[in-house]
Design a binder for this molecule. Structure first.
Ligand code: KG4
Ligand code: ZN
Length: 342
């Protein structure tokens, strides 16, 4: 008998994603985004995002079914992001998922969006190993996890004490007057600069904190250091070397992320590191992670760019893993959890 067909629905933030997965095979996925609407506001406007999900959901569903060449009636289970995310955005996806579950008479699984960022790698690279270290880096999260079965056994080793990696990049982008979201622009400029020209602090280096925060991240002190540096030049009427600032800042963030991820693998004797989340599009992160994992004999798995940003495939993949692990479906009255823990 073939494996169950899972419909995955994603609507935590600005992306409406729908995907169909059978086992670990991605049959089709389509993503619509309302990001273009936010450049002029300098940030996501939740009401606009919710409305955009409402408008995009059915066309996205139709397009995904067509791409996968399946009928809605063939779906065996529905997986949907239950959180964390914007409550209005989540509500649209969850309501649509529940309506489909009831009308099709199929089970529904409310899953954790953040874990989905790692689960999606199964669809690309193949089954995940028995145990691995996960690094999730996005606009809202920077987390190190120890993972057995991705649907049932996730242990948080550390997280961000303040800003997430993507958030810190976006804030530095704003300081430099770059368009929103600043992350990709700061990444691009960093490639043109000298990472050694300005040395910014790594954070959490104080001896007393070192052990307790071994796997935690802190980027707000770094962001403040960047702000002070820019201000001091501006006050002196000097030009800000944008590319060098971006390169020095990017080096500090990615040094911290990759050093801690490799240390976590070594401490747990894990030979695989899986990286996911929108920030894993960052070119210096990819480079440094590849270099340090190779030196340490660790296999590095990072999904291709289109599966790093929010998408329905990550939710379908995690739903498929939940079905495989025999997880009970969610009750039909489950609610969105905007700050869902890992
Ligand atoms: O996972 P994601 O799509 O959405 C969240 O769930 O947060 O991540 C988006 C974040 C944004 O902060 C964006 O600026 C950042 O990832 N980002 C980048 C790059 N591409 C996206 N940050 C740095 N370098 C990039 N190349
Ligand atoms: Zn995400």
């Amino acid at each position: 008998m073939s494996e169950p067909l899972i419909l995955g629905i994603e609507s935590t933030c600005d992306e409406t994603g729908v995907a169909l997965v059978r086992g670990r095979e991605l049959l089709g996925d389509v993503t619509a985004t309302s990001m273009d609407e936010y450049a002029r506001y300098g940030g996501i406007i939740p009401e606009i995002a919710s409305r955009a999900h409402l408008e995009s959901f059915l066309p996205t569903l139709d397009a995904a079914l067509e791409r996968a060449e399946v009928d809605l009636g063939e779906v065996d289970a529905i997986a949907v992001s239950a959180g964390p995310g914007l409550v209005g955005s989540l509500t649209v996806g969850i309501t649509a998922a529940k309506a489909l579950a009831v009308s099709l008479g199929k089970p529904i699984y409310g899953v954790n969006h953040v874990i989905g960022h790692l689960a999606v790698d199964e669809l690309v690279t193949g089954p995940l190993p028995e145990r691995f270290i996960g690094l999730i880096v996005s606009g809202g999260h920077s987390n190190l996890l120890s993972i057995g079965d991705i649907a049932t056994d996730v242990v948080e080793l550390g997280g961000t004490l303040d800003d997430a990696a993507g958030e810190a990049f976006d804030k530095v982008g704003r300081l430099l007057g770059l368009p929103y979201p600043g992350g990709p622009h700061v990444d691009r400029l960093a490639r043109e600069g000298d990472p050694g020209a300005i040395r910014f602090p790594r954070g959490l280096a104080a001896a007393k904190d070192r052990e307790r925060h071994r796997y935690d991240f802190s980027f707000s002190g770094l962001k403040t250091a960047v702000a002070r540096y820019i201000e001091s030049l501006q006050d002196a009427g000097r030009e800000v070397p944008q590319a060098d600032v971006c390169a020095g800042f990017s080096e500090a963030v990615n040094d911290s992320l990759t050093a801690k991820a490799v240390a976590a693998c070594q401490a747990a004797d894990c030979s695989t590191l899986v990286v996911g989340g929108g920030f894993s599009a960052n070119s210096r992160l990819r480079e440094l992670a590849a270099q340090r994992c190779q030196e340490a004999g660790i296999e590095l798995r990072i999904p291709p760019l289109r599966y790093c940003t929010d998408n329905g495939a990550q939710i379908a993949a995690l739903g498929a893993a939940a079905v495989r692990a025999g997880v009970e479906p969610s009750p039909l009255d489950f609610a969105p959890d905007s700050s869902m823990p890992l």
